[in-house]
Ligand binder design. Structure first.
Ligand code: ADP
Length: 251
């Protein structure tokens, strides 16, 4: 599926709500292993775009594929999750009464629900994966702590860890550093830069210094406005773009 190096391909996607176009012929290509930041003012269509990718919203027009040939518009939401697209919403949704470890365990088993029961024992490969995810998310020392006692940032990492337990090919992240301290934001950038390459990531974010850190090395940023792509290119290029400046400063 990923032979051509394309992880996600959206073409001419239009979504109308009572005649209002939340997405208006939106096209976007994300390569395998790419980390793509999506920016744009409120109402630009960022959430609607994520909803289309995950099957929550169906476009009236356009096409969407995962890899070279999996047609996302023919799959249901749960099928899209099963083929390796993981989405993280802005608010963390961890199971607060359970420990960090148990949350990861649950995520792993939820992914396998057809094959194993929740009571099935973890094998050594599972335990290795958990150790790796705990390490990546800086939660190793907190593995036995109740998730409800974590800081906001730590809950966000745990939720990302839960997604990683399901080995997604593409991760969709909606404002992942909202509400985080500066230090947590830095560590989150580090985490994403580690995931890049192994996973494809689409990150919707308002925090421009976070975006600048993520896109170091001349990575592409996409600016959405009124449901379509207003500009695409290096962060410094799009920030200098007259149309982008106008949209952000207001008219
Ligand atoms: P963003 O995430 O960039 O802030 P959204 O995708 O949430 O933008 O919204 C894009 C536009 O579509 C907004 O004007 C919003 O009010 C509208 N919209 C989104 N969802 C719906 C809906 N279910 N019904 C009507 N309008 C909607």
């Amino acid at each position: 599926d990923f032979a051509h190096g394309v992880a996600l391909y959206l073409e001419d996607i239009t979504v109308s709500f009572d005649g209002f176009k939340a997405l208006n012929q939106l096209s976007l290509t994300v390569d395998v292993g790419e980390l793509r930041c999506i920016i744009g003012p409120n109402g630009a269509g960022k959430t609607t775009m994520m909803d289309v990718i995950t099957g929550k919203t169906r476009p009236q027009q356009g096409s969407a594929s995962f890899g070279a040939n999996i047609d996302l518009l023919r799959l249901r939401e749960n099928e899209i999750a099963q083929i390796g697209i993981g989405r993280k919403f802005q608010k963390p949704t961890v199971f607060e009464p359970l420990s960090v470890f148990e949350n990861l365990e649950l995520a792993l088993k939820a992914d396998r629900r057809a094959r194993a029961s929740l009571r099935a024992k973890l094998n050594s490969a599972d335990l290795d994966r958990m150790a790796e995810v705990l390490q990546l998310t800086h939660l190793r020392r907190l593995a036995d702590l109740q998730a409800g006692l974590l800081s906001h940032g730590q809950k966000q990492w745990l939720e990302i860890g839960m997604l990683l337990m399901q080995e997604p090919k593409l991760l969709l992240l909606d404002e992942p550093v909202a509400g985080m301290t500066d230090e947590e934001t830095e560590r989150t950038a580090e985490l994403f830069l580690t995931l890049e390459g192994k996973h494809s990531l689409v990150v919707v974010e308002h925090d421009m210094s976070f975006v600048a850190t993520l896109t170091q090395g001349f990575k592409k940023v996409t600016v959405l406005h009124e449901g379509s792509v207003l500009a695409e290119g290096r962060l410094d290029q799009v920030q200098a773009n007259d149309k982008v400046v106008e949209v952000y400063l207001g008219r």
